[in-house]
Ligand binder design. Structure first.
Ligand code: IMP
Length: 182
């Protein structure tokens, strides 16, 4: 375990197992669809989750990336800014949005509305983590890996000040590590 980590909430084995279940469920749900979904992953946090999840989807999917900023430090704030838009058109496309965590739900709500405005045929959401206690807008993901308590978590893509994304598990840092940006 990383020396700054207080506890591991979700192990690598649990994540891989859950991704395999989600991949199967997604494959079943889209199997008879006219077209396979376009996976749209939100940078940077959802990259490890996307990489694991797509191994378990038995469809000819494609993926693309968007970057939005929605928070600083440990609190979600204000409006969402688009830092990188999609490379391809989404008109008539069935989109599966890939998120690392749904916290207040504002990012998801905004991005979902934006993709629908651009003419996406449908937008569903798969998230590795869900923090239902923190929700301020009414929105739910269609596929959830794990629900987590109201604690700031890092690892498997999730960061604190851009660090800890490469940890292969999800956990909570020791209190003193959240005090400093060093
Ligand atoms: P929302 O718009 O409040 O749902 O925020 C979603 C985004 O905030 C996520 O995609 C994360 O990047 C970030 N975020 C929220 N909670 C956490 C956390 O516990 N750890 C790391 N990032 C988080």
């Amino acid at each position: 375990m990383h020396p700054n980590m207080k506890k591991v909430l979700i192990s690598e084995e649990q994540i891989v197992q859950r991704c395999s279940e989600l991949g199967k469920q997604i494959s079943d749900d889209y199997r008879n669809n006219a077209q396979p979904p376009l996976l749209v992953a939100l940078l940077k946090g959802s990259v490890p989750f996307l990489a694991e999840l797509i191994k378990h989807i038995e469809l000819e999917i494609q993926f693309d990336f968007m970057a939005v900023s929605s928070y600083e430090g440990t609190e979600s704030i204000g409006d969402i800014k688009i830092n990188k838009d999609l490379d391809c058109s989404v008109k008539g496309v069935d989109i599966l949005l890939v998120e690392d965590i749904v916290d207040t739900g504002k990012t998801l709500q905004t991005v979902k509305a934006m993709l629908k405005n651009k003419g996406a045929a449908s937008v569903r959401v798969v998230t590795l983590l869900d923090k239902p206690e923190r929700r301020t807008v009414e929105i739910e993901a269609d596929y959830v890996g794990f629900a987590v308590p109201n604690e700031f978590v890092v690892g498997f893509g999730l960061d604190f000040n851009q660090k800890y994304r490469n940890l292969p598990y999800v956990g909570v840092l020791k209190e003193e590590c959240y005090q400093t940006t060093a």
